[in-house]
Design a protein around this ligand. Structure first.
Ligand code: FES
Length: 577
């Protein structure tokens, strides 16, 4: 009576496999299923709908369409809940919960009988968590993006979350707009359900998922509330059934070539810096490592082509109208690994051929007319960040990219909150703001607090940008000359822990350098004088987190979740499986 597919997979351990299936079928028939339905390939659908997650507010419609696609293709759809994480509703920070969601996703895929899984995700951490979990589970898996929100209109100006959220809050802090206007714009910034409408982390991960070959073609760009998005959902369901029949498991798609394509796309879209951390984590699940130096080399030859906020002008819905990721890939074609397999069973190159020649549009530029001549992200090294740091150069101020200044140090996020707006703060626009202890272990969860606000007295004087450095992350919707992901972080005794007020710091994006101009002996003396005590916890998830979380270059994944024997990935020659 047992079988290793469909409902017969992964039987509960009662010591009698026949009885286990008999019992399982008896229970599911309680929901009204027939034997004919239960004999079909089972397609799991990871349902991340939640009242706390408006970025997934269209989950019910998507699930309905996925189910239609599954049934049209002869499968049996079974949706199941997993953790859902929204950026604004996760304390202390969504990143703290990403690995938990990945474990939930992995274990639910493993535990429940399914031949393939559709992953419905959209908000920043959900897509990476799902890809991480599915990569570890190893089944055929396909990503369905929830899609971006629509843009709104405030007093004649088009607005969208969340670059404009930050811009208007900056205006409020600087006294340029009053409380009434702040309340008015608050109604317009998120004009519908769906993910942030700029090239923030959610849009970045959507594009990365498509570049990895993990969505159906065109799966990244349709806004959440469009018919195109629903059609993508139906198509995704049908595709999942075919993947189950073909045994197209996720390891055949998440190859070194796929990660190289994803890195190219990340650079060319001026994508969120968080994309690197998530890519490193996903790669780690299939035994690969993102080589940051290779990413930097690729960045020097991969210009930013996508004219989307925060690096450019447009919004995600404009990108969709311009043809979406296919339009971008067409321009990037000479730089891509076209042999990479996708969820369709065809290669990226074959899909590009099928997508046709494209049309005139003004959102994606050509290689010879880029938005920014290099990739959006540069990788920095130096004695302040021996394990690398990064800067989103496409969102930075050109005048600050070669800069030397005096450090103004904040020991942690609370210290920053207490003093940043004080009139007594000894700070000038030429100084370098340094924030410690917001790394993976420090905060914990590496919050998006790296977007250190301009001190109030300087903001009021019209200062818009300063060099800012931390071991934390930054929202993909933010902009400024901001050095992030300093590794190792302060909380584990990285050199950042020993920076003091008045130290000189040099940033040279041209030389890819971030240097603390303090002699090594002095740093060693400070370390001896004030040794770092790593944070610990008594119980619960926090204990697991602090014991197991890796640094930014390893994706902030838990060490025990990474595949054994992780090798190197990046440029063609450094790819080792
Ligand atoms: Fe969900 Fe921005 S808060 S995508």
């Amino acid at each position: 009576m047992t079988k290793e597919t469909g409902l017969g997979k992964g039987l509960t351990s009662y010591g009698d496999a026949g009885f286990s299936l008999f019992l399982r079928k008896a229970f599911i028939k309680g929901a009204g299923y027939t034997d004919a339905a239960l004999d079909r390939p089972v397609i799991g659908i990871a349902n991340t709908g939640s009242a706390y997650n408006p970025c997934h507010g269209n989950a019910p419609q998507l699930i309905e369409a996925v189910k239609r696609g599954v049934m049209l293709a002869g499968g049996l759809p079974m949706d199941f809940p997993t953790i859902s994480i929204h950026e604004s509703f996760a304390r202390p920070t969504s990143m703290y919960l990403r690995n938990l969601m990945s474990m939930d996703t992995e274990e639910m895929i493993r535990a429940q009988p399914m031949d393939a899984v559709v992953l419905i995700g959209g908000c920043d951490k959900t897509v990476p968590a799902q890809l991480m979990g599915a990569a570890s589970a190893g089944l055929p898996a396909i990503q369905l993006i929830t899609g971006s929100m629509l843009t709104g209109s405030h007093r004649g100006e088009r607005v969208g979350a969340c670059t404009d959220c930050r811009r208007y809050w900056g205006k409020f802090r600087a006294g340029e707009i009053d409380e009434q206007e702040t309340a008015d714009v608050n109604n317009q910034l998120v004009a519908s359900v769906g993910t942030c409408s700029v090239m923030g982390t959610a849009s970045t991960m959507a594009c990365i998922a498509e570049a990895l070959g993990m969505t159906v073609p065109g799966g990244a760009s349709p806004p959440a509330v469009t018919a195109d998005r629903i059609r993508i959902a139906e198509d995704t369901g049908a595709r999942a059934v075919q993947m189950a029949r073909d045994g197209l498991t996720i390891d055949k798609i998440l190859t070194p070539a796929a990660f190289e394509n994803a890195m190219r796309v990340l650079l060319a879209i001026g994508g969120s810096t968080n994309g690197i951390v998530h890519l490193a984590a996903i790669a780690g699940r299939v035994g690969l490592e993102i080589d940051l130096q290779a990413l930097d080399r690729m960045g020097r030859e991969t210009p930013v082509l996508l004219d989307l906020k925060p690096s450019g002008q447009h919004y995600m819905e404009d990108f969709h109208h311009a043809g979406g990721v296919a339009t971008l890939l067409r321009q990037l074609k000479p730089l891509l690994r076209l042999e990479a397999l996708t969820v369709t069973g065809r290669t990226l190159g074959e899909e590009l051929e099928l997508a046709g020649p494209g049309f005139a549009q003004d959102v994606v530029r050509s290689l010879d007319r880029p938005i920014y001549p290099q990739g959006g992200i540069a990788v920095l090294r130096g004695n302040l960040a021996p394990g690398c740091a990064i800067i989103k150069q496409s969102a930075a101020d050109l005048n600050l990219m070669e800069h030397e200044g005096r450090a103004v140090v904040f020991e942690n996020a609370q210290d920053l909150a207490n003093r940043i707006d004080s009139d007594d703060l000894d700070v000038t626009a030429q100084d370098v703001l340094v924030l410690k202890n917001i790394g993976p272990k420090g905060a914990p969860g590496m919050p998006e607090a790296g977007y250190i606000p301009i001190p109030l007295k300087l903001a009021r004087a019209g200062v818009k940008d300063m060099v800012r450095i931390s071991d934390g992350r930054m929202s993909g919707t933010a902009f400024g000359t901001i050095v992030l992901h300093v590794t190792p972080e302060a909380a584990v005794g990285g050199p950042l822990a020993y920076v003091r007020n008045g130290d000189k710091i040099r940033l040279s994006v041209a030389n890819r350098e971030i240097a603390l101009l303090v002699p090594d002996q002095e740093l060693a003396r400070r370390a001896l004088e004030n040794p770092v005590v790593e944070p610990t916890a008594e119980r619960g998830y926090l204990k697991l987190f602090l014991q197991s979380v890796t640094q930014a270059d390893k994706g902030v994944d838990f060490d025990f979740l990474r595949a054994p024997g992780v090798a190197s990935s990046g440029n063609s020659t450094s790819v080792i499986e």
